[in-house]
Design a protein around this ligand. Sequence first.
Ligand SMILES: Cc1ncc(COP(=O)(O)O)c(C=O)c1O
Length: 429
Amino acid sequence: MLDRRHFLSTTVAGFAASLALRGNLFAQLEKIPPMPDHSLLDKNEDAYWAEIRRQFLIPEDEIYLNNGTVGSSPAPVLRAIFDGYATTEKMDAQDPEDYPIWGYAAWNEFRDPLAEFVGCKRDEIALLRNATEANSYIANGVDMQAGDEVLMTDQEHPGGEHPWNLKAKRYGIVVKRITLPRPVKEAAQVLNLVNDAITPRTRVLFFSHITTFSGVVLPAKDLCALARTKGILSAVDGAHVPGMMRLDLHELGCDMYSSSPHKWLLAPKGSGFLYVRDEVIDRLWNTIATEGWNDPKLRAERFQRIGSSNVPALWGLRASIKLANDVGLDRIERRHRALADYILAEMQKRGAESWTSPDPALRCAIVSVNVPPIQRMELENWMWTAHKIKIRGGDPHKLRLSTPYYLQKKDIDRFLTKFDEYRREKKIA
Ligand SMILES: Cc1ncc(COP(=O)(O)O)c(C=O)c1O
């Protein structure tokens, strides 16, 4: 048991350490300069992106090639979150019924900019925590009988696949998978595979817009149109899409869409969304139920009624949308593609087998390559512990390299140099 003196000294030490840390964080944010002016782009594009890089807390000597797992929120987003706390935690809202954790609000001030950013109506968006939660809402909320089928790919993320596996175990629905080629060479391959796998029992087509496994950008618009002609619901896992490339949900034509903007939009963790096409809203059951769950007038707002929530994260989400608009999404997407194309070409020069699509329309900012006999986990550890370079892969030999727009070309070059060094050290030809 702790004695009182020891308890006090450890508690005080912990408190002091946390204060120091807090001071340190705000001090770091204060040191970050304002966003660079666009005019710098015309004068010196590299200098512009180098200034953008300074907006992040990622240490200067660290190279982060794993934005596909989770993004780093830059200074404008972090400041907005803290502003959210500073404002809401005063408990002085004009409305005596208003609280910072309130889970019974329309949150239109956050849904409006998001809806505009992703091309849909505010009433079709529910603010949830992430793609996993939104995917669970979809799988759990769609009426299906035992023997009904959901069709998906073999490259779904566990947070997309398992909500359906749960439904299969509990209610006897059937999960069917097509095997995507590695790499997918053209859209027609995917469309044919899906078309051939649809049966009279298929009720839902579920797929990742961009897969976590290889980063392939699937032909989502055509797949959703195919589902529509067959009378099948389309549900798209778009965890990677907002902020990586332009997204227009109405143009895409899907029935449901889930996402995790903490990845490429660099939004706070815990600020995801679910889109449900207006015509489909009344067909989807709530998973979490509280006041309003059965009120069709709320439209998609009824899905975001999940009890008390983290409202300052929504302040951060709004700031991340503003940031992407300020930098310019077309510019961001161009940069994503250029960096990814560069790293892919360099890896191919080094003999890596590309699992990234050769069709530029089917790839964006995630590159995947197979590099046997290199064991990806050994390389991952070596890169991180010895060289502060974060990569991600899949066993046994796959590397997944993400190229967020704040990455510098010299960062990629350093990764490539270290990759060569590793091969020399391990005597890999
Ligand atoms: C395609 C896809 N779906 C879902 C997820 C799960 O995201 P989250 O943990 O934010 O719910 C990921 C995460 O990598 C993903 O790549």
